[in-house]
Design a protein around this ligand. Sequence first.
Ligand code: BDP
Length: 700
Amino acid sequence: MLLRLLLLLLLCAGPRFAALADDGYRLWLKYDLLPEGSARKAWQAQAKGISLDNNAGPTLQTAASELQLGLQGLLGRPVPVGAPGGKGRIRLRVAPDATLGQEGYRISAQKDGIEITGPTDAAVLYGCFALLRQVQTGQLPDKLSLSSQPRIQHRLLNHWDNPNGTVERGYAGSSIWKWQELPEVLDPRYQDYARANASIGINGVVLNNVNASARYLTPEYLRKVAALAGVMRPYGIRVYLSVFWAAPKVIGGLPTSDPLDPKVKQWWKARTDEIYQTIPDFGGFLVKANSEGEPGPQDYGRNHADGANMLAQALGTHDGIVMWRAFVYKANSKGDRFKEAYEEFQPLDGKFDPKVLVQVKNGPIDFQAREPFHPLFGAMPRTPLVLEVQLTQEYLGFATHLVYLGPLIKECLDSDTHSQGPGSTVAKVVDGTLEKHSLSGIAGVANIGSDRNWTGHPIGQSNWYAFGRLAWDHTLSSASIAEEWTRMTLTRQPEAVAAVTDVLNKSRDIYVRYTTPLGLHHIMGQTLHYGPEPWLAKSDRPDWTSVYYHKADSVGLGFNRTASGSNALSLYAPGARQVWSNPATCPPSYLLWFHHVGWGQQLSTGRSLWDELTTRYYTGADSVLWMQQRWEQVKPALDARLHADVAARLRIQHREALWWRDACVLYFQTFSRRPIPQALTPPTRPLAEIKQLVDLYQLR
Ligand code: BDP
């Protein structure tokens, strides 16, 4: 009796993520006991055990143990693995199925139990996590019939982690990779990281920063990378490396890194062969070249295709890919940074090796809170394009502002490039269906660090989650993902689920309102990219200033990208261009991206530009108070510690929303010379005082 009680206690205490009450470590894989009731009973009857083939490989065994772990926690009972079939058992079976691709799964209720099948071990693993999701979100097992396959082939996290443990633009502690301890010490966290990724379908991880160190290609580091690959492998995850273009010079002792030099080619070929000897399922390379001071093929008069193709040839018959980033721009005060990646890459369409994908950020500038979709989408039909989004909130308030990114990612995926007529969405470009590519990919710049809760802001976890779910299936709605995540991670209480998802769904628009309404962009604090600095006029490069982007003057505000301005609009297909080209019909949220609008100009909202701008700054900041109130309402339904943590961060968020509001309203007022609309209370502090705040943050 005592033993049984102990066992039950252990099961209910939760699975492998042994943790304090709720410190966020368990992410969405919490598996706390379901409340007593019909759902728990029904699942208990269906999940008396798990059976699988005797000769199951590591991934299938992992699938079974993950399913066991989850079900035992959720159902509060032992769920043995491996016992023979029988009624009420869950069967895992690998079986060919041409309709499911490589990674798709099918879950079906059979007469004697549930069956999870798929053409590969990884597919069954995804099916197990999908079944757990059903149980966690309160679905019932009867008439269970589910099947799903990923729409995008390579679903990757990009870590911007450095060998010394720092994370570029990381706000959740230091890197989770402990290079100095590898390969001997395998922090248990690596496995927990792998399971979290597998649970949402992420199948690849670029371990290191795009501003890469050459040392990752040394034998010493490859052994460390191999150790991590060993942890990821049973979870269907392959590892990739960002490479430093000048590695042949820096660690190879060659006089050049020219991609057409035979010795350089040979060097990369030898390195690549060595990598595959150490890591047979290595995924491939990510490259940032000739961008922001990084070396690249242009240093030798070659172009991006020359560089990418040389690496693709080095991969040879190995099963790997090259992801070559299109994030490039030169400092040219007269030009428009918006157009630069397009101008460099579009002419190279059709010139890349079949193993190369070009990786393009969601928007043309740099991960701003709202950007129009990047004009390269739809403009390179002969090249598979990887969509890169940023989960770490570099320009979105770090780990202090609550911003759920589902709507941002979705907005980009759903954008219509019109490249092949209406309906040519970014999603269809990226998943390869529009332009008939068999290779496809999507990448999220990770927001993960060594903080106990992984993401610093507890709600940041939802961005990791949403990225994975959308990478798997971009037709899911961001709202349904927010709800699913909330139920799995925070609470099962229906009103609280509704309130939290309401906050999540509106949070991105609120952030845009109090920082960069109406299509303003890149007016944040220099270098650190935190807080407002719209007055920034001097920097190492003109396109790192704010005035370059907002162009405020006595006439109005905004960047004229029409034919009378930089003409960046001409990069879009006519259908897409049309939406934005007329200031009278351009959606207000994109207005200042494309037009210099007079302060007194009446907008479609009925207000003048100045009144609309100020109103949005004010309502944005006020909406943070609304978020706080909504958050207060859910207090009884949430873990107290987690609730308090988010509440405290919301207080910072409100203070800083006021900072943004006052800074921008007062600064732009020096150009508009108009009064703050009567319904709003003017800021009480002078602009000079606010400017000092920025200095404080930037530690200058
Ligand atoms: C910018 C970041 C910089 C990155 C760069 C990139 O500020 O740290 O290295 O993007 O994506 O947003 O390469």
